[in-house]
Design a protein around this ligand. Structure first.
Ligand SMILES: *Cc1c(COP(=O)(O)O)cnc(C)c1O
Length: 478
């Protein structure tokens, strides 16, 4: 027995020795191609910020790869794609107004208000003890109709895009025909031959589930273990099939992709790779430009726009950032916010390994109350684009999300889900870096927008417990 153990050790030593030699003999790039994971201390040596990230400390990272628009040769999507996406939304407006009466007042356009939040700004300055200049606005995507979250942009867009494609291929619709016809027995029956699947931590499933079921598709939502119960129940009530997985989001996606694509008439909405989700999100920038103009808020390089977006897989903040850079050029400065326990896009960008690495590879657990952001691996499609376009990423503790939720409710009467509050501390996070000085900007002239990504579908009881938790964490007794 003893001999056996010695023997194994002996073999192991030789093996380790051989691996070391191999390591020395080949270049770094080749090494990662063959063995994608270097040892943790090597990673930390190469990228010291990883040490803090792994220790779950809140960090702020400035992206030195950000390019000026002039320097960008090509991206997998372009401005024309974004303008086409806007046109698709317009074609479907009569359908949406008919099928979802809550969108009738906006004539079938799914959009949210832009609101200045001076009282919250005051609270932030008092609480965080960091003053910041410029005006602070909230982009109220928690109010988006149908889905109550930013997923109403990407998710609904991708399903409409697919429905239109099927309708055209099957001669069900002519160019210039009124799309209200999509809300009909005939179309419902036609779409019932097709299946749509999606993997989701919750909100994407809600948006895809609701729109797909309304059009008549058979829709399956593959949900991760951390998805909230009420989201599953709501989906089932809308006619979606909900399948639950023990593992995290990436596993739900993998299972969903496999199951959906095994059906020849199955279409999978792939949050880790989707161009259409991305384009759906990007249209927000065109709408935001109009809203800023209506409020007489000038944006140019001297009066820059700083936007702070909660980030999960990186699709919604990436799509929005892409749109903003198309619309405002270098005057748009986009930052992502991730939970300290789920910094997937940050790790992908810092290491340059993008979707090849997950937070689990670095011993980070991907456990967060911010279910919309509980993602371990970034979107390949979105993150490759964000690398060139965005200004930085910061991480935030769950407790701070709840405190922000409480303060926003108390100061402005606005109720968000925990994920959606992550952008609110953006201005103060960036103020303590040298970003503003490096870019030679005048602090007073910055227009800050925290992107409020969700909240309106959260049941009252649930919201009440979020609020109470935030109040307690803020140290305010009841
Ligand atoms: C999905 C979601 C996000 C992040 O979007 P990703 O595309 O996953 O990066 C942020 N906030 C809320 C409320 C969400 O549902």
């Amino acid at each position: 027995m003893t001999l056996f153990i010695i023997n194994t050790c002996w073999y192991k030593n030789i093996f380790t020795f051989a691996v070391r030699l191999f390591h020395i003999a080949i270049t770094d790039d080749l090494k990662y191609a063959i063995m994608p994971f270097k040892e943790l201390d090597h990673w930390i040596h190469d990228y010291p910020l990883l040490d803090e990230i792994i220790k779950l400390k809140p960090v702020t990272w400035i992206n030195t790869h950000r390019k000026k628009m002039m320097e960008i040769q090509s991206l997998p999507v372009n401005k024309a794609d974004m303008l086409d996406a806007e046109k698709l939304w317009e074609r479907f407006a009569p359908y949406l107004a008919k099928a979802f009466p809550e969108t009738a007042i906006s004539h079938g356009i799914i959009e949210s208000p832009l609101q200045e939040i001076p009282a919250m700004k005051q609270v932030l300055e008092n609480e965080m003890k960091t003053p910041f200049a410029g005006r602070l606005f909230l982009k109220c995507d928690h109010e988006l109709p149908i889905a109550g979250s930013i997923k109403a942009r990407g998710g609904i867009f991708e399903v409409l895009h697919y429905a239109e494609q099927l309708a055209i291929e099957n001669n069900l619709i002519q160019p210039n025909e009124n799309y209200a016809i999509f809300d009909s027995e005939k179309f419902n029956h036609f779409f019932s031959n097709y299946a749509i699947g999606v993997g989701s931590t919750g909100n994407l499933g809600l948006s895809i589930g609701i729109i797909s079921a309304k059009l008549g598709f058979k829709v399956s939502v593959f949900m991760s273990a951390d998805a909230k119960k009420w989201k599953k129940e709501l989906l089932r009530s809308k006619g979606a099939l909900v399948l639950e997985f023990e593992g995290d989001f990436s596993e739900a996606i993998n299972e969903g992709r496999k199951a959906t694509l095994s059906n020849p008439k199955g279409y999978f909405v792939d949050d880790e790779n989707s161009k259409y989700l991305f384009l759906g999100y990007s249209v927000a920038a065109i709408r935001l430009k109009k809203q800023l103009e209506e409020k007489n808020i000038l944006i140019d390089e001297q009066h820059p726009l700083f936007v702070y977006s909660p980030c999960g897989v990186g699709g919604s903040p990436g799509g929005v950032a892409f749109g903003l850079r198309q619309v405002f050029g270098d005057a748009a400065h986009c930052f992502f916010a991730e939970p300290t326990h789920a910094p997937s896009v940050l790790i992908g960008l810092v290491t340059g390994k993008m979707e090849k690495v997950s937070v689990h590879d670095f011993g980070i657990d991907n456990r967060t109350e911010a279910d919309g952001l509980a993602v371990g691996r970034p979107s390949a499609f979105a993150t490759a684009i964000s690398k060139k376009l965005i200004s930085g990423v910061y991480t935030i503790d769950d407790d701070v999300l709840f405190t922000l939720l409480y303060h926003l409710a108390d100061s402005e009467g606005i109720f968000l889900e925990p994920s959606a509050t992550a952008g609110l501390i953006g201005p103060q996070r960036i103020a303590i870096t040298n970003y503003i000085q490096t870019h030679k900007l005048s602090e007073q002239k910055i227009r800050h927008i925290a992107w409020a990504t969700g909240g309106n579908l959260v049941p009252n009881q649930e919201m009440d417990s979020f609020y109470k938790k935030g109040k307690m964490l803020a140290g305010i007794s009841t």
